[in-house]
Every structure is written in C-alpha cells, then in structure tokens.
Ligand binder design. Structure first.
Ligand code: PHE
Length: 448
C-alpha cells in the first residue's frame, strides 16, 4: 500500500508558533478584553485562569497526544484508536464546529482586514467612527468582499501544506504580532491618565461575576485555546515522537493567556486616557479603538494601521487552523488531495459566512437564539455549547474509556523531563475537568 506523506512540523519553534498562532486570535484581542471588562475585571481573570490550568491544559495535552498517537485528523483519530466504537462522533462534532466557527470568524476577520486600509483614511477625513463602522458592516456587498479576501488568504496558506504553509507563515507572523502588540502597549500605558483604564480592566469586582460570567469564562477559555473541536488533535497529528507534548502545552497556553491579558493593556488605558466610553463587543474594537487613534493626531494613523494589522495576523493564524481541521478530514478519510479539499471547503465555508455578514444589515431583522443575530447565534452555539461539550467528551474518553495509562505513556514520549504527565494529569482529566464543565453547564441552563 502506498503511504501518503501527511507532513510534519519541522521544529519545536515551528510547532509552537503554529499552535500558539491558532490559539491567539480574535478571541484574545477582540473578545477577551471586553468580556473581562464586562464581567468584573480581575475577578473574571481569576476564574478564567483557574479554567485554563485545571480544565484546559489537561485537555490540551490530551488532544495533542491523541493526535500524535493516531497520526490522524479529528475524526480519523478516534477511528484509529478505538475502531469499533462510536467515539468518532466526537470528532465529527469538532469538524462541524470548525466549519461553523470559521464561517463567521472570517467575516469579522474581513472587517479587521478592511480596517487596515479604512481606519486611517476615515479618520483623516474627520468622520465619526461609529457611523463609519455601522455604515460599513451594514452594507450588503463590501464586507462580503473582505470576507472573501480573508478566506482566500487562508486558502493560500493552508493549500501550501503543513511545513511550507502553516508553519512557515506562523513563524513569521507570530513574532510580528508580539512586536506590534508591545509597541501598542508602550504607547497606551505612557499616555497621561492611562491608570484609570488599567483599573477599569483589572480591578476585581466579584459583584459583576455572574453565572453567565462564569460560563463565559469557560467558553472563552475553550475558544481562546482552540480546544474542544479537534484542532489540537489535528495539529498534534503532525508532531514527531521526539517533541515534548507537556512542555508544548504550557507554552501554547501561557502564550495565549499572556497575549489576551496584554491586549487589554493595549486598549483600555488608551480609551480612558482620551476620556472615551469603553464599548462592548465589536464596538470596542472597531469604534472605540479608531476613535482613540483619531485623538492621537497624525501618528494615530500609523498606530491604527498597526492595530488592525495585528488583528488580521492574529485572525489569520487562527483561521488557517480551523480550515486545516476541516480539510485534514477530507484529505485523510476521503483521500482528496490537499488543493481540492482546501478550495472546495474554503468556498463552502465562505458561503456559510454570507448570512452572518448580511445579518448585520439587510437581514438584521432575523433573530435566533435569545434574540441574537445569525453571527452571534453561531458563536453562542459553537463556543458556549459545542466546544465545552467536545472537551467534556474528550475527558470522558481519556479518563474513562481509552485510559489515562495509555494517554500518559504517549504524552510522555519525547518529554524532556521538565514537566511530565502523571497523577496530577490523571486526576484533573478524570474528575476535575469533566465535573467543572458539567457544573458550569447545569448552572448555565438554570438547574440551580
Ligand atoms: N483560538 C482562536 C481565537 O482565540 C479561535 C479558534 C477557536 C481557533 C477554535 C481554532 C479553533 O481567536
């Protein structure tokens, strides 16, 4: 039988750049700062960190080791490890989640890409940032064109394969992202009056930490770390045996969390320094932030371009991982060649994104889950339901079906000794993580 070359990460840095690139995305820069501000600052951050350490890192290890052990995509991995069972359904759910998330993710990423070019020009013309943003996203055609442009960039990277596509671009884009973020933070923190923003962002307020806030923290942790949908299974499948899974998991989770926290420091101090109201949701990124840069005069123009470039890079390295999850399935299981899988799936996902874009304007009267528009409804289902559910089932799979013994054995191959999987991992994946997810779920549907 012919053995097809699936590709591998060529180096540890390349893998970390790609996996951290997947993790660091719109979730960190666009979502984390505003939900932190919304649900009680440092109080929310504390709960978030607990979820990262107790729930998400064990799941990250598990996904990576399942991927490496099986050498397969999210669905094929379960078929390979436990052939005569129905666990592949968990993989299928993940692939569907990836499909759904990328469809609307690319719409928002398209806005960010457009703003690299638009924000400065509008500011120079003295336009009101709120009018500009609303005018832009409600128009029927332009945002869809940007959504298409963004999808084509993803397709370009993913079709070049693992080492020559995803790894190569991540190795350039991730360091660029860190540098730009640091420049923006230095600028924000040195503005007079920046302190008020820091305290708004991080002052603990346990009163604002509702049950909804706790669910949001869990959903955000899964979303931000790209967990619960087979992304790390897929990326893990390109790992060689000598690569250190436990250490890599810490690197990925640590980078992701640090960048999320730092993103807030690039935004809130500047917002408060100029006496603006911090908006929530997209308004913070696309209205308040441009308003901040407009207040800085000519140099603000440059910072505006840098900020949206940062957002676009972050989104791109995440979006390629979403596309890879979907395509790896068609490549492994359906024997499609990479180009065919990437172009066909990229196009279908683009089409599913169109209603998310139109829902901002011409279709805005259509409401779905809890009065949300199409985009927010997909986001709610994906991040607050599908991802935690996928993570929960993976804990059950490892802890109670496949066995932590096998998981620990695989996970420690290549571990250089600094951190290894053992009793702590076993306890977290068997009991703590699934119980925590379960309780948050019950609470969110109002059981107690
Ligand atoms: N982690 C990415 C972000 O924070 C989004 C993502 C979710 C990417 C799931 C891949 C898988 O923006």
């Amino acid at each position: 039988m012919e053995i097809k070359e699936r590709g591998n990460w060529s180096s540890q840095f390349g893998f970390i750049a790609a996996a951290a690139g997947s993790a660091v995305g719109l979730g960190n820069i666009w979502r984390f700062p505003y939900i932190t501000g919304l649900y009680g600052g440092a109080a929310f951050v504390l709960v978030y960190l607990l979820f990262v350490v107790l729930v998400c890192i064990p799941i990250m290890n598990s996904e990576l080791l399942v991927g490496r052990k099986s050498g397969k995509n999210a669905l094929g991995a379960f078929k390979e490890l436990v052939p005569k069972s129905s666990w592949w359904i968990v993989g299928l759910m993940g692939i569907i989640a990836g499909f759904v998330i990328l469809s609307y993710y690319s719409v928002i990423a398209g806005w960010a890409t457009a703003y690299i070019f638009k924000s400065g020009a509008y500011m120079a013309a003295g336009a009101n940032p709120a009018d500009v943003f609303v005018g832009f996203i409600t128009s029927p055609v332009t945002p869809i064109i940007w959504h298409a442009i963004f999808m084509i960039m993803c397709i370009g990277v993913v079709s070049a394969g693992i080492e020559k596509g995803i790894e190569k671009y991540s190795k350039i884009l991730m360091p660029a992202l860190v540098v730009i973020l640091l420049v923006l933070i230095v600028r924000a923190l040195t503005l007079p009056g920046a302190g008020a923003g820091v305290s708004f962002y991080l002052k603990p307020d346990f009163g604002k930490l509702s049950a909804e806030g706790i669910l949001a923290a869990l959903g955000q942790a899964f979303f931000s770390l790209s967990l619960g949908m087979g992304c790390m299974i897929t990326y893990g499948s390109y790992l060689k045996k000598d690569q250190d899974i436990p250490a890599n998991s810490y690197w990925i989770a640590g980078t992701d969390t640090a960048i999320a926290l730092l993103a807030g420091l690039a935004i809130f101090p500047a917002v408060f320094a100029f006496g603006l109201e911090p908006g929530t949701g997209p308004a913070l990124t696309f209205i308040t932030v441009p308003a901040v840069f407009a207040s800085m005069g000519a140099i603000g123009h440059l910072f505006g371009i840098l900020f949206f470039f940062l957002l676009t890079i972050a989104a791109l390295t995440s979006a390629i991982s979403l596309l890879e999850v979907v395509c790896a399935y068609f490549i492994d299981e359906k024997k499609w060649n990479r180009k065919k899988a990437v172009w066909i799936m990229g196009f279908v996902i683009f089409l599913l994104g169109v209603p998310s874009s139109l829902g901002q304007g011409v279709w805005s009267s259509y409401k779905f889950i809890g009065g949300r528009d199409f985009l927010d409804s997909l986001d709610f289902i994906a991040s607050n339901v599908l991802l935690p559910l996928g993570g929960f089932l993976l804990c059950i799979f490892i802890g109670w079906y496949w066995g932590t013994g096998k998981a620990i054995e695989e996970g420690n191959i290549g571990a250089k000794g600094g951190i290894t999987l053992g009793g702590g991992y076993r306890f977290l994946i068997k009991y703590v993580a699934p119980v925590a997810i379960f309780i948050v779920f019950l609470k969110s549907i109002g059981v107690f």
